[in-house]
Design a protein around this ligand. Structure first.
Ligand SMILES: Cc1cc2nc3c(=O)[nH]c(=O)nc-3n(C[C@H](O)[C@H](O)[C@H](O)COP(=O)(O)O)c2cc1C
Length: 201
């Protein structure tokens, strides 16, 4: 694995470049290699960020799943601009992705939901994510009720739950190097072309 990002070894398509780095961290079995920070902002521009898991990516964008009534979802609905950040300590790499988030199709959410473990499916139903709850017992009670309601699996996709796809228009790849002379390469979408520049570390 190369520990540099230079004009001669980088790939001109940023999704392919991401794919190369992503398969490297996956193959190295780096813990939580699929965890990313998702930053959104409300209509006043006040930012908020939290971790989510990357569930798929391709040239159309980067997909995560969540509750459509959560803070992040409400922010995306009023301001679709989003930023994703990956940090893989073991290889000294960071990737920043800027773009617009939009809901994935119901079909795509259905397909993903059906791959989730039974208890995670129930968990999606049980939690009205980001609302204030009096105590933990409420969640546990709901969970037990849902178990009774769907004893043998076949849990349907909640209408308040599904995926978002962040459609990128800029990427920044950061590779740590000795003496703080790190590599930083930015890709910005200009029409159909990705413009590539190097940034000072
Ligand atoms: C490693 C990690 C992965 C997470 N993955 C997800 C996820 O994929 N989807 C999700 O809705 N919340 C995920 N969470 C919880 C979120 O960070 C957050 O607490 C929750 O989504 C509510 O965020 P919000 O109130 O800003 O909408 C994850 C948390 C951690 C620490």
């Amino acid at each position: 694995m190369e520990k540099t990002l230079t004009e001669t070894n980088l790939i001109s398509d940023p999704v392919e470049q991401f794919s190369r780095w992503y398969s490297e961290v996956k193959n190295l079995q780096i813990e939580m290699y699929d965890a990313m920070t998702l930053a959104t902002a409300d209509e006043a521009g006040i930012p908020s960020a939290r971790m989510v898991l990357l569930k798929g990516f391709d040239e159309n964008g980067f997909v995560f799943y969540t509750n459509y009534t959560s803070v992040k979802a409400r922010e995306i609905e009023t301001n679709p601009r989003a930023c994703l950040v990956f940090y893989w300590k073991e290889v000294d790499r960071q990737v920043r992705i800027l773009g617009k988030a939009e809901k994935v199709s119901r079909k795509e959410s259905e397909e993903y939901f059906q791959t989730r473990p039974y208890e995670s499916q129930l968990g999606a139903w049980a939690s009205q994510q980001s609302t204030i709850i009096p105590d933990r017992s409420l969640l546990e009670k709901r969970f037990e009720e849902l178990k009774q309601k769907h004893p043998g699996g076949n849990v349907p996709l909640p209408d308040f739950w599904g995926g978002y796809r962040v459609i990128p228009d800029a990427f920044e790849f950061w590779q740590g190097r000795p003496s703080r002379l790190h590599d930083r390469i930015r890709y910005t979408k200009k029409g159909k072309i990705w413009e590539i520049v190097r940034l000072a570390p």
